[in-house]
Ligand binder design. Sequence first.
Ligand SMILES: Cc1cc2nc3c(=O)[nH]c(=O)nc-3n(C[C@H](O)[C@H](O)[C@H](O)COP(=O)(O)OP(=O)(O)OC[C@H]3O[C@@H](n4cnc5c(N)ncnc54)[C@H](O)[C@@H]3O)c2cc1C
Length: 437
Amino acid sequence: MLKKTQSLEKVDILVVGGGMSGLMAAMAAKDEGNSVLVVESSNVLGGQGSAGGVAGFCGDTKRVNSIFEELIEKLAAHDLIAEYDPNADRRAYDLEWFAFFLQEMVMIRNIDVLLHARVTDATATDGHVNSVRISTAGEEFICYPKFVIDTSGVNVVSSRAGFPLINEGANKQLPMSLYFTMWDTGKKNKPILPPECPQWHNDEEIPMTSLHYFSSGKVEIKMKVVGFDAADGYSLSQAEIAARRQMIGLIYFLQTKGYQNKVLDTHVLASVSRTIGIREQNRIVGEHVLTLDEIRHACVFDDGVAVGTYHTDFHWPDKMQRAGTGIMEMLDPYQIPLSCFIPKGVKNVLVPGRGASAEQMAMSSFRVMATISQMGFAAGKAAKQCIQKDIDIQKIDISELKKEIEAGGQSLDLSFYGEYLKDIESFHKDLLDKGKA
Ligand SMILES: Cc1cc2nc3c(=O)[nH]c(=O)nc-3n(C[C@H](O)[C@H](O)[C@H](O)COP(=O)(O)OP(=O)(O)OC[C@H]3O[C@@H](n4cnc5c(N)ncnc54)[C@H](O)[C@@H]3O)c2cc1C
């Protein structure tokens, strides 16, 4: 039986969203003197990295922080993650074990978790969030947190408290994709194409699709879905419905025609990720807006608390069909300042992760899991300091924060990250091998 640390109505730090940025924040923030509650609307921790089906880290996984390293070690101990290769764009891991190890890492730290629970409202006075409404499977209650870390991606706390948000909207947001798997049954399948589902005739017509073939006979498939706003409830629902139809049409295509002439005539649908994969919803308007120009020039900031190591990755939001790798520009490592996590004028909320304050192309680079893990870690340490000293985020001692972040194994020195994705030739070969290009 799991024990609540204290009343869930009065927590020190409320973390909204149990994806990588939220969990890193929760684990970095937790100490014996504070209480931390994670509220997650799905049934599992890990966010896009589990429920969204992503199953691979991008960004330099060797140099994140001690908590991320702990997770890697647990996966590596059982061969559940690919070897580190500085020239590989992505480091694949076993999705369900990732979710399990993360869950246990959170549990052992005495962090309270509410699954199947959703933040539905928030109130604020003078830039201070006072109350957050939480709806669980069986009840609704008001939580009065001292500090909030909102990693919901849709930025529900800022949205409900009336803080300004940026929403690019349908066909401008980085597009969604649905992950699903097929298994080789060894027997001829019987393809089905219900009338609601699209029929495609050749590789050029199908939605952008990446297939990863495993020796076990499993094929992991990522399929692009365009035309919807992931921050709009109705549009997101429509996206899930359209994605299922698209998926059935694509399975029919793979079973009958085959992508690149590889017909999957003995494969059947095995599983579909719990939710459509969401790359972008809302971004806050923060104390600082990280620009593409800044990340291009490997900027360093007085309040730099995390390091981005990944290229920009745009994905052509309005094109369903294959339109190239999505990679726009290789980048040198760059710093991300704490002021990007602070909604303008707000005193007790931080937004690390894909909802942070930035231009869209800057976000397209930092949204990957190694980087948002650094952002979450930094936000957690910042929240911890605010609770310890009973101060607003604006009063934080930045040099003390940076020291604590570095003591946690997260280097802020850009030269530390030199080796990742620097051998461009090997990097391009890796993309071709994985069929991404
Ligand atoms: C198709 C796709 C492929 C990708 N490929 C890669 C890749 O190969 N490697 C890589 O590193 N990155 C990849 N990314 C990006 C990366 O997975 C995400 O950007 C990252 O995982 C986001 O983490 P997060 O914690 O910021 O947000 P999320 O993982 O989205 O977590 C937000 C959480 O908040 C919860 N939530 C939302 N609203 C509420 C609410 N009101 N109350 C409570 N909880 C709420 C959600 O259920 C979710 O679990 C990919 C993304 C997608 C969509």
